[in-house]
Design a protein around this ligand. Structure first.
Ligand code: PLP
Length: 347
């Protein structure tokens, strides 16, 4: 298949910080300009309505609500399925807990009960142990998955594990949310369909604005009834958008072309192998499952701040280390030439 919108930054710069830096393609921009719109708070924006139907169908849920951000989708999922004072069970590295500005505590009044899982892979035994430890107070009301798991370098949580662990959590009466900001990366990497992953959860959030390349937007998916309430909470949060068809038009294209994420994965493998060839032992090739490559800064042949400066001189952006790990992300706005330049600059 030919993907006409794959493109590097035309000014010669390159950005490996995140897949959120992708810009809308020409086709998206044309669709945005031509989008039929209405007032989405009245629920009569035809482009948003079409997107919501398509998005729900892809993950096998009854309905979905278009959200301005993944953060809002996740936070509304927490609000919907908890009461103040509840605990939320999750892997310690999940985005909802670490990078959403204290949302669960500030907005829903909940705390996290984390388990000692690796790369988001919470086991049934860990759920059982957490429940036993909690006793009667406080209540663990919700469990959250994240797939792919960002902080572990875009690793895929296997669907079989999700389904076994979710069955255990459900037996204990927990609701389940899947932060699937990058669920289609998991789908492309594993060959498991999105609705199989989504069936392990009651609500699923996924983003159009990351590797899928739309400028803005996410959806929260679940039952009709829950999504009715999610729409109400979205309004409360200030996320009731009006002629949102303008952005939904780009999101529809992103959703249609989701299989192109395999190109990003191929590029991540090319990046990891190039780094490994130039500096054996620098990267753990087995860790590269989707569009992220992790490096331990202490293994770099030169200090990270110095490398970042050299890269900046070549107009290549990378993040500083976070949690002791440097993460490089591939996406449709970087290409093999950019990777070659990045690897060469390491010395
Ligand atoms: C795993 C995960 N969940 C949720 C989000 C939040 O998305 P947004 O930036 O649209 O709020 C992100 C953003 O990077 C993410 O990586």
């Amino acid at each position: 298949m030919n993907y006409p919108h794959a493109m590097a930054f035309s000014d010669g710069s390159a950005d490996f910080r995140s897949d959120t830096v992708t810009r809308p393609s020409e086709e998206m921009r044309r669709a945005m300009a031509a989008a039929e719109v209405g007032d989405d708070v009245y629920h009569d924006d035809p482009t948003v309505n079409a997107l919501e139907e398509e998005a729900a169908a892809v993950v096998g849920k009854e309905a979905s609500v278009f959200m301005p951000t993944g953060t809002m989708g996740n936070q509304i999922a927490v609000m919907l399925q908890t009461k103040p004072g509840d605990d939320v069970l999750a892997d310690p590295g999940v985005h909802v807990r670490n990078v959403e500005a204290g949302g669960p505590a500030a907005l829903s009044g909940v705390a996290f009960r984390t388990v000692d899982s690796t790369a988001g892979q919470v086991t049934p035994a860990q759920v059982e142990a957490a429940i036993a430890q909690a006793g009667f107070f406080p209540r663990i009301r919700l469990m959250i998955w994240e797939n792919t798991h960002n902080l572990s370098g875009g690793r895929v949580v296997p669907s079989e594990l999700m389904s076994e662990t979710s069955a255990t959590a459900r037996r204990h009466g927990l609701a389940i949310h899947l932060d699937g900001a990058r669920i289609f990366n998991a789908v492309v990497a594993s060959g498991v369909a999105a609705d199989i992953f989504a069936a392990t959860a009651d609500t699923v959030q996924f983003c159009f604005s990351k590797g899928l390349g739309a400028p803005v937007g996410s959806v929260l998916c679940g039952t009709q009834e829950m999504m009715g309430e999610a729409r109400y909470l979205r309004k409360r949060m200030g996320g009731g958008m009006r002629q949102a068809g303008v952005i939904a038009a780009a999101a529809r294209i992103a959703l249609r072309d989701r299989d192109r994420l395999k190109e990003d994965h191929e590029l991540a493998h090319y990046l990891a192998e190039s780094l490994d060839r130039a500096h054996p032992g620098l990267v753990d090739l087995a860790q590269v499952e989707t569009n992220m490559v992790q490096i331990q800064p202490e293994r770099l042949p030169r200090p990270l701040p110095e490398w970042r400066e050299a890269l900046a001189a070549e107009r290549i952006k990378i993040n500083p280390a976070f949690g002791g790990i440097l993460r490089l992300v591939t996406h449709r706005d970087v290409n093999r030439d950019d990777v070659d330049r990045l690897v060469r600059s390491l010395g």
